[in-house]
Design a protein around this ligand. Structure first.
Ligand code: NAP
Length: 243
């Protein structure tokens, strides 16, 4: 079995990525936090297209929960294979101007978007090294590249992941494990449903919000053998809003 783990695979970009990796032949572990019915929709979409997947719920921001679920999955599957592709996608935003930002808004965004990278990646990287193949793809954001007002917490978390991507790529290059980031701009998902496309589209050269599948296409390329010589990169998928 060729396994791929997609965190936050129940909705939005994570769903599109899960479907795309399943189309490449991976058995996809669809992680989610609370939304089982949406995760089931991802699973059904994969199975109806002839692919294979399973649900693997855990809270990416909770180190103990991650450790318990991921280690237990590894123990149960040690004869059948290892997780070759990890897409760290789960994320939240809790926007506020820094002057008003509660400690809980800061901490939850850092835990979910940044600390989760450490909790999960650390558990999977050794198998990738031993097997001399791995793909780690981190979903970051335009906010982490440029900084966005009202998003100091989110921008800090995503910028942190960009730094971690570059550092880990240097650690793992010789082991044939690549580490890259995909950085979306405005993409049509639940995360942006409070934003008026009409209000923002004038800022975007392509003139519209992106689709989750347009982000998934970049992830699929980075996961493929064709991307073996690309590591430590940040690929923007943002309709040209920032270059
Ligand atoms: P979304 O539609 O809001 O979906 C978020 C996903 O993350 C859901 O699957 C959710 O699971 C999961 N999740 C949230 N907290 C979690 C936790 N503690 N543990 C496990 N899973 C958790 O978001 P999206 O727009 O697809 O965003 C996906 C990624 O792209 C995020 O990292 C986001 O920061 C990034 N991004 C998005 C945009 C955009 O415009 N949409 C732009 C730049 C970057 P449940 O369903 O169980 O809640």
């Amino acid at each position: 079995m060729e396994y791929a783990l997609v965190t936050g695979g129940s909705r939005g970009i994570g769903r599109a990525v899960s479907i795309s990796l399943a189309g490449m032949g991976y058995h996809v572990l669809i992680n989610y936090n609370v939304n089982k019915s949406e995760a089931m929709h991802t699973l059904e979409a994969i199975e109806s297209a002839g692919g294979s997947a399973e649900l693997l719920p855990f809270d990416v921001s909770n180190a103990e929960n991650v450790q318990q679920v991921v280690e237990s999955w590894k123990e149960d599957h040690k004869e059948s294979g290892y997780i070759k592709v990890l897409v760290n996608n789960a994320g939240i935003r809790k926007d506020n101007l820094l002057v008003w930002m509660e400690a809980s808004e800061w901490a939850s965004v850092i835990d979910t978007n940044l600390n989760s990278f450490y909790y999960i990646t650390r558990l999977l990287v050794q198998d990738m090294i031993v097997n001399k193949f791995g793909r780690i793809i981190n979903i970051v954001s335009l906010s982490g590249e440029d900084g966005m007002p009202g998003q100091t917490n989110y921008s800090a978390a995503k910028a942190g992941i960009i730094g971690a991507t570059k550092a880990l790529a240097r650690e793992l290059g010789r082991k044939k494990v690549t580490v890259n980031a995909v950085s979306p701009g405005f993409i049509k998902t639940d995360m942006t449903k409070d934003l008026e496309e009409k209000q923002y589209k004038a800022l975007i050269p392509v003139g519209r919000f992106g689709e989750p599948e347009e982000v998934a296409a970049a992830v699929a390329f980075l996961a493929s053998e064709n991307a073996s010589y690309i590591t430590g990169e940040v690929i923007s998928v943002n309709g040209g809003i920032s270059t």
